[in-house]
Design a protein around this ligand. Structure first.
Ligand code: A2P
Length: 352
């Protein structure tokens, strides 16, 4: 018994962590297939003490596969996931390829695991920045209310993949050695101009669109609405975002202003809602200078919340600071957690 699991993009920053999260999960695994580009074919990675060889991905790779965890880019997901579904697999996709398809569930298990029941073979993992914001704000929404969100992100270099992380480290070394920094990836691979991230801040993540927002900002707005309200264009919760890449390797920070719509709401109520919330660690003790930091969040599955304080001029509004590991809760762990839910709910079955 057990499932045959394929990791698509197994050699990447997220893929390697999907493999590690799968090894620590409750999912009954019969076999693991590691899929990447032909560049990585023949490389080996370890799963539960066993050495496995990476294969180049083709349509034939998905025969007999029950579960696909994908993080090899949108183009690769668009090319292969429909093929995998046709052959009987259920796919959890970390890319943005299918997130806004109305029939594809977009899931943060702590918030809307129920949406998994309507899946048609593909389930989308939300954007890393959206996920941690949902984990932090949903308990407040349930206990107190949520009318409006204004968020500014402080996003880690690893969000741009292993090559982005490598570029950032190289720039840091060059800068400290008094050498010219060379940028080829940041702010975003596909764009025309590139700028160093080391010792810098880049207020562009993904492409800048005609509406003046970056695509990352667009994702935070519309994914929030789809996850919390079931419709990417609903306006019961107003959302606006500014996304900034910062010279930190791992874990995203977010400064979030919210209006609960309840003028009598208190910090104590927010603390109470968050103290017992699934996936949340409340780190909010100003007397002891305790607040979330990327260095402490990295390598863990939790979303950390702190610096909760009332907006002194807007009753019912609050500021807070949220940090989570973008490669784990923001990607690999959320995907594996979705797969655990699918198994627990009997929503995935062995093909053979
Ligand atoms: P490879 O290492 O062979 O290039 P990251 O997000 O860290 O950049 O990782 C991207 C992942 O997606 C890597 O595992 C990469 O494999 C994989 N990948 C890139 N292009 C393809 C492709 N055309 N087919 C399958 N996997 C791909």
């Amino acid at each position: 018994a057990g499932l045959t699991v394929a990791i698509l993009g197994a050699t990447g920053a997220v893929g390697t962590r999907m493999l590690a999260q799968l090894a620590q999960s409750t999912i009954p695994v019969k076999a693991v297939k590691l899929l990447a580009s032909s560049r990585s074919a023949g490389k080996s990675l370890t799963f539960r003490g066993q050495s496995l060889t990476v294969e180049a991905t083709t349509a034939a790779s998905f025969a007999g596969v029950d579960l696909v965890l994908a993080s090899a880019g949108s183009m690769v997901s668009k090319q292969f996931l429909p093929v995998a579904v046709e052959q009987g697999a259920v796919c959890v996709d970390n890319t943005s390829a299918f997130r806004m398809v109305p029939t594809v569930p977009l899931v943060v298990p702590e918030v809307n695991a129920g949406a998994l029941r309507e899946h048609h073979g593909i389930i989308a993992n939300p954007n890393c920045s959206t996920i941690q914001m949902m984990v932090a704000l949903n308990p407040i929404r349930q206990a107190v209310g949520l009318k409006q969100i204004i968020v500014s992100t402080y996003q880690a270099a690893s969000g741009a993949g292993q090559s982005g992380l490598n570029e950032f480290y190289q720039e840091a070394r060059d800068y400290l050695n008094g050498q010219q920094m060379t940028a080829k990836i940041f702010p975003t691979k596909g764009d025309q101009r590139h700028y160093p991230l080391a010792f810098n801040l880049l207020p562009q993540i993904d492409v800048l669109e005609d509406n003046l927002y970056s695509h990352e900002e667009w994702k935070m707005i519309h994914e929030t609405k789809k996850i919390m309200l079931g419709d990417m264009n609903a306006n019961d919760i107003k959302v606006t975002a500014t996304c900034v890449r910062v010279p930190v390797p791992f874990s995203h920070g977010e400064s979030i202003w919210i209006d609960t719509g309840r003028p009598d709401a208190t910090v104590a109520q927010l603390h109470q809602a968050l103290a017992t919330a699934p996936g949340v660690v409340l780190q909010d003790d100003p007397q002891h200078q305790l607040y979330p930091q990327p260095l402490n969040a990295t390598g863990t599955r939790a979303t950390y919340v702190g610096r909760i304080r009332p907006d002194l001029e807007n009753p019912g509004a609050f500021n807070l600071w949220v940090v989570a590991d973008n490669l784990l809760k923001g990607a690999a762990w959320n995907a594996v957690q979705i797969a655990e839910c699918l198994v627990a709910e009997g929503l995935i079955h062995a093909v053979a």
